[in-house]
Design a protein around this ligand. Structure first.
Ligand code: 13P
Length: 339
């Protein structure tokens, strides 16, 4: 099969009405943090048990088209010996893989970060592909302050994302391009829009320079909202309106799908915001969906508590969030459905 056909097929399986992506690709340090909140020690075995629970939840494929896995998960098996990426694929869900190697401070750009992992990426991708991965994810991180992100930070991060995306496409892997402007800080919603606009403008410019085919990639952006420490919250209507304004200004119509990250929103907020976005989207050229980590997993993690006897109730909690976000894909969610 040509790489072009592979990319086409993966997009067709990944960007689907009513469905979204489950991010289950936390690095080991992040997983240790999540487990610490429920007093579970993070080991290869506890991560295997937890991720097996998530990936074997009955009914997942009704609302989930893709799952982003962490490298370790690709080689792990369920209790009855099935490889986890195979368990995913057998449900008709596309397995994906986080391929970046986390952030470091960017030299001469105080306060800005840059993501590692381009060296040897083509070889790693080829081996992930052999293990069943059909799409990849790479995250660049931007902090908002009075002077961050700097122009150097914006340009350098854009270049790295575009190089990653071009390498993915050259071997038939669909890239998810994730520029995350963090919620941390006390900035206004307008400042979030200004920064996100500059970030995405630079990224699409870089993607063009590197001849990335927008038809065969997915954007995973933050929503436009005030900082966590800003003195008042924005309504889902404000967030949806500002986010749609920003996306219409930045994202070409050739892009098939936009799958938001949740970034520290509560599960209910992330669902409500996605819902209004779809109500207000009108004739937007892209599917507006989710690629949530915490906003899908948090209730399940807390229901589980590291105990086998809680497996079913944890799976039930995951399925509930997934179903509600599936409804939000059509703008059919309402808070009464939470009960
Ligand atoms: P959150 O939805 O928890 O922000 O995670 C999404 C993700 O994949 C971050 O890279």
């Amino acid at each position: 099969m040509s790489t072009q056909t592979e990319l086409q097929n993966t997009i067709a399986d990944l960007v689907l009405k009513g469905k979204g992506i489950l991010a289950a690709d936390e690095s080991n340090p992040t997983m240790a943090k999540r487990f610490a909140a429920i007093n579970v020690v993070s080991t290869e075995e506890s991560r295997r048990v937890y991720r097996s629970l998530l990936l074997t939840t009955p009914g997942l494929s009704e609302f989930i088209s893709g799952i982003i896995l962490f490298e370790e998960t690709l080689g792990q098996k369920t209790d009855d010996g099935k490889l986890l990426p195979v368990v995913v694929a057998n449900q008709g869900i596309v397995p994906g893989i986080k391929v970046d190697k986390g952030t470091l401070p960017l030299s001469n750009a105080s306060g800005d970060l840059i993501t590692q992992g381009l060296d040897g990426l083509a070889e790693r991708l080829a081996s992930y592909k052999d293990q069943g991965a059909r799409f990849a994810k790479w995250r660049e991180v931007y902090t908002i302050s009075l002077c961050n992100p700097s122009q150097l930070g914006i340009n350098s991060n854009a270049e790295v994302l575009a190089r990653y995306a071009a390498i993915c496409q050259s071997i038939g892997i669909v890239p998810i391009v994730e520029p995350e402007v963090l919620l941390d800080g006390d900035h206004t919603i307008e400042r979030c829009l200004e920064v996100t606009q500059a970030v995405q403008h630079a990224i699409f410019h870089a993607l063009h320079r590197h001849q990335v085919k927008l038809e065969y990639m997915v954007l995973k952006p933050n929503m436009i909202m005030p900082g966590k420490m800003f003195h008042c919250k924005a309504s889902p209507e404000d967030i949806a309106q500002q986010t749609l304004t920003q996306l219409r200004r930045s994202v070409p119509a050739a892009m098939p799908g936009i799958n938001f990250l949740s970034g520290g929103q509560t599960p209910e907020e992330a669902t409500a915001n996605l819902n209004v976005m779809n109500v207000m989207a009108g004739n937007a050229p892209w599917e507006l969906s989710f690629s949530y980590g915490r906003a899908l997993q948090q209730p399940a993690l807390h229901a589980w508590q590291g105990k086998t006897e809680n497996t079913l109730v944890a799976q039930h909690a995951l399925l509930k969030r997934i179903r509600l976000n599936g409804a939000a894909r059509y703008g059919h969610y309402s808070t009464v459905m939470e009960n």
